[in-house]
Design a protein around this ligand. Structure first.
Ligand code: FCB
Length: 447
């Protein structure tokens, strides 16, 4: 049964800023943001992170032993082009890609995972339409060097978070508080995505998608205001980006951009990437919790984010709701029908403080893989799954306090130690490929 799934891709994910360290690259907007007092919870920065840039061979060896078919990493734009433009230095990624290929692991790079070169951020970052064209130039340079060995490409990561958290609410870099005036940031990232797709294809790259965060939005309360607020939030987080890309139009009330932009944005993709962590409970304005960060939200927002009670929680406090993955996948399928290309789960994972005996992460992964199998049984065409993350890393404003890795990193010595979840995933992958999900059984670990 399900022979079509023989090529299901098992992977792990990470991003440049979170693991590499700053040696040999230019500064990004995130470096400048992290240097501002009070921005990062533990007062740290990403200047060393996991030291991956010097330890990539060891990290690739860990992935090889894990048995993954693909590694989703990101290319640091300020490492390639410190000023965001001009000559490109891809030497590190050239070596990394060679190392991955030699290990039999497909390199799956993301061009932009939030680390805008500082000079571009200072020129307005994503409020500036020109950044979209800069991204496309950078995409060309990357593909010209790597397309001969890279079988799978991701343009941008989570444009919704960049827009909302970075430019709307100021919790992430660049720390702007534009609220709804941040909407052009959405459009410029979308345009950047579309132009990057063109640039990649022109340089011979193939198999292109993006990584979009999706969260089922559940309505708190049952007043009209609650429903309206939840609907608005749903549009902002789930459809503001997916509709232009997959349907070639903005959700009603959010139309923007110049003539011809939507055609560029909606060029057919080879696949669509979904990052899933948990559902979001949203109601009328008033509740003041942002489930991502625990920050207080400005009181004048037209929605309120509520605490989702009644579920286990990760170390981050995020509710563990595996069925939310099935729900968002079937929702995407229902909304887009034939316009939805095959899906990859480009991120899914959890933060727990456990050093090596991380039974709760095993539980989390097992539950979400079952939910994924269920979504596939309900007809969603999913082709791959990437655990976030291979390594404990710099978790943005949480600094080093939230550990998402299958591999533990001692941030003093940079020593790597595989956790129990790494062994579990290794065993799972070794047993899964030919039958998954048709005869899916949980791996060793809690049922
Ligand atoms: C996602 C980001 C990723 C990581 C996970 C936990 O929003 O794409 O870099 O921080 O959350």
């Amino acid at each position: 049964m399900n022979n079509a799934r023989v090529n299901f891709l098992w992977g792990v994910a990470a991003s440049a800023f979170q693991i590499e360290g700053a040696a040999g690259r230019g500064p990004s907007g995130w470096d400048a943001f992290a240097a501002q007092p009070g921005r990062i919870k533990d007062g740290t920065d990403a200047s060393v992170a996991t030291g991956h840039v010097d330890r990539y061979r060891e990290d690739v060896a860990l992935m090889k032993e894990l048995g993954v078919g693909a590694y989703r990493f990101s290319i640091s734009w300020p490492r390639v082009q410190p000023s965001g433009t001009g000559p490109a230095n891809l030497d590190f990624y050239d070596r990394l890609v060679d190392e991955l290929c030699a290990a039999g692991i497909a390199p799956a790079p993301t061009l932009y995972h939030w680390d805008t070169p500082l000079p571009l951020e200072e020129a307005g970052g994503w409020t500036n339409r020109d950044t979209a064209y800069k991204l496309a130039d950078y995409a060309s340079a990357v593909a010209e060097r790597l397309a001969d060995r890279v079988p799978m490409w991701i343009t941008i990561n989570e444009p919704a978070e960049v827009t909302l958290l970075g430019y709307g609410l100021g919790q992430h870099a660049p720390g702007r508080n534009l609220l709804f005036d941040a909407l052009p940031v959405a459009h410029h990232q979308l345009l950047g995505h579309g132009l990057a797709v063109q640039a990649l294809r022109a340089a011979g790259a193939d198999n292109i998608g993006l990584a979009a965060s999706h969260s089922p939005v559940w309505t708190a309360g049952d007043t009209d205001q609650d429903r309206q607020s939840a609907g608005l939030y749903d549009t902002l987080m789930n459809w503001l980006f997916a509709d232009p890309i997959l349907l070639g139009r903005y959700p009603e009330g959010f139309e923007q951009g110049a003539d011809g932009d939507l055609e560029i944005i909606s060029a057919p993709l080879d696949w669509y990437g979904v990052n899933y962590y948990s559902p979001t409970l949203v109601g009328a304005p008033g509740a003041a919790l942002d489930s991502y960060s625990g920050f207080d939200l400005p009181p004048d927002l037209p929605f309120g984010i509520h605490d989702l009670q009644g579920y286990p929680r990760t170390g981050f406090g995020w509710p563990v709701v595996p069925d939310g993955l099935r729900e968002i996948l079937t929702t995407l399928r229902d909304r887009y029908g034939d316009r939805l290309p095959p899906v990859h789960i480009t991120e899914n994972g959890c933060s727990y403080p456990d050093e090596v005996a991380d039974t709760r992460r095993i539980d989390y992964l097992d539950g979400h893989l079952r939910a994924l199998a269920q979504a596939m049984a309900e007809g969603v065409d999913v082709r791959g799954y990437f655990v976030w993350s291979i390594l404990d890393n710099f978790e943005w404003i949480e600094g080093y306090t939230q550990r998402f890795g299958l591999v533990h990193v001692d941030f003093d010595t940079l020593r790597r130690t595989p956790k129990d979840s790494y062994r579990w995933y290794q065993e799972f992958i070794s047993r899964a490929p030919d039958s998954w999900p048709g005869t899916h059984r949980a791996g060793p670990g809690p049922a």
